[in-house]
Ligand binder design. Structure first.
Ligand code: AKG
Ligand code: FE2
Length: 458
């Protein structure tokens, strides 16, 4: 980014301070240990809450969505805490901003990032000023984007050790003030360490133990600790990913982590599953959208979806499984963000949010043998579902197509009668497809369990 853009962003930050303190009142939290009520007149919030409550949690949430004339109430099972819910709320706006941003950036040639941020900010402020809570959430999302741009730019032009240190500590302060994401501050520090750029006094707390390991300590006692460096295969596949996704709507990449790493991850996933006999971590995969009656009937008949799932935060034991989930979420997320945010084809229709800007966990799914699969579906509820790209990484050595079936069936043509593309769930294979347009199903597996890790990029 050029210096004039940087200084324009910095001065806009000075003129109209975006750095609000962390917002603390943002919804109605009902009493008791099980439910929260989110009151909202926002078009998007209820479906975000639905989406996230479905995908992440154990206890229940009541989402009250106030539309213009009606109020709808949905009860979801979910394990919410305030911090968690707040993050989700912010995600909703980060996504809204992303979409507005996208619409804008395709039009401006000069300094698109800055101009879009400011224009979107203005438009949204006007629209929602009366709702303080929402206003703060928007401000957070915007300042997070703006400060991110600014910090990146500052880092790029930093000349010496002191300047690098200053940028990193500024990132930390912004995160502490609630104006930027802590993930981002950590990612920045991590990048610096990885590139061996000297930084004098990077605060220790920046280098999160959980998400980012500063030293690329890949193996220790033959344990796979982290997969933070993009595999060569993925780096080489960038063009292929872009082209295939645009041309066919999906892409299959084999040998993503290599023989040794993928084997370790497979064993880790099995161990994780087998060491959970009380199924505390694993639950039955649920129907995404209960309101669909036909699907509910199918579910009752046990036909809709028949897997067990666990949500991986990145801290799992064996550590290799945590490392794999970090790889899928952060490393691959960053790569996809770069692939689709480059305006090579003259459009940026597929702008993605950086995974450092939102919090979401990786899903480990286990389909048992001789049970159901997953019927044909989209990973997309309605127009406001933020998911853009679905990723599934398979962990099954010596999978035999004929004996074990369990293929992922992709329907690029969409129609009922179209012939699916069969993707066998073999170890170290990654498949990516558009969440909102690619119909897909999972064939029941036979004679053995089928392991896969899935993630959705927004
Ligand atoms: O495991 C797979 O191959 C795909 C699973 C899937 O479609 C889903 O969980 O939404
Ligand atoms: Fe799916």
């Amino acid at each position: 980014m050029r210096r004039n853009t940087t200084s324009a962003i910095s001065s806009s930050l000075r003129e109209a301070p975006l750095l609000f303190p962390r917002f603390d009142r943002w919804g109605l939290l009902s009493g008791g240990k099980t439910s929260f009520v989110v009151a909202s007149s926002s078009l998007k919030s209820s479906s975000f809450a639905n989406y996230y409550s479905h995908h992440h949690h154990r206890r229940s949430v009541v989402v009250v969505a106030k539309k213009r004339f009606t109020t709808t109430t949905t009860t979801r099972r979910g394990g919410f805490d305030e911090q968690w819910l707040r993050e989700r709320w912010t995600v909703a706006y980060a996504v809204a901003v992303r979409d507005a941003f996208q619409a804008k950036t395709s039009k401006c040639e000069e300094e698109p990032a800055l101009r879009a941020v400011l224009e979107v900010k203005e438009a949204l402020e006007k629209e929602t000023k009366k709702e303080e809570m929402k206003f703060k959430a928007i401000t957070f999302a915007l300042s997070s984007l703006a400060s991110r741009e600014m910090l990146m730019a500052e880092l790029n032009i930093a000349q010496n050790e002191d300047e690098v240190t200053r940028v990193l500590n500024l990132a930390k302060r912004l995160a502490d003030a609630g104006a930027s994401s802590a993930h981002f501050a950590r990612a920045l520090a991590f990048e610096v360490l990885k590139a061996n750029v000297p930084a004098r006094a990077v605060e220790k707390s920046l280098i999160g133990e959980k998400l980012m390991r500063p030293e690329v300590r890949r193996y220790e006692n033959d344990i796979l600790w982290s997969i933070t460096v993009p595999s060569e295969k993925i780096v080489l596949s960038r063009e292929e990913i872009r082209n295939e996704m645009h041309r066919k709507g999906y892409v299959v990449i084999d040998g993503v982590l290599g023989e040794k790493n993928s084997k370790i991850c497979e064993e880790a996933a099995m161990k994780f599953y087998e060491s959970d006999p009380g199924t505390r971590k694993f639950k039955s995969g649920e129907l995404a959208y209960e309101e669909k009656n036909d699907a509910t009937t199918q579910k009752k008949e046990g036909k809709y979806r028949d897997d067990e799932i666990a949500w991986l935060t990145g801290d799992e034991r064996p550590v290799a499984l945590g490392a794999l989930s970090q790889f899928l979420r952060d490393t691959l997320g960053d790569i996809l963000c770069n692939v689709f945010n480059e305006k090579k084809d003259g459009s940026n229709k597929h702008l993605l949010l950086s995974p450092t800007d939102y919090h979401s966990n990786v899903m480990l799914s286990v389909y048992s043998s001789n049970r159901g699969g997953f019927v044909k579906h989209l990973d997309h509820d309605d127009a406001s579902d933020p998911r853009k790209i679905s990723a599934v990484y398979y962990l099954n050595s010596q999978w035999n197509e004929n004996e074990n079936r369990g293929a992922l069936l992709l329907y690029p043509e969409g129609g009922e009668d179209s012939t699916p593309v069969r993707v066998n769930p073999i170890r170290d294979r990654l498949v990516l497809f558009w969440s909102d347009t690619m119909y897909h199903a999972v064939e029941p597996s036979e004679r053995r369990k089928r392991f896969a890790c899935s993630f959705w990029y927004l």
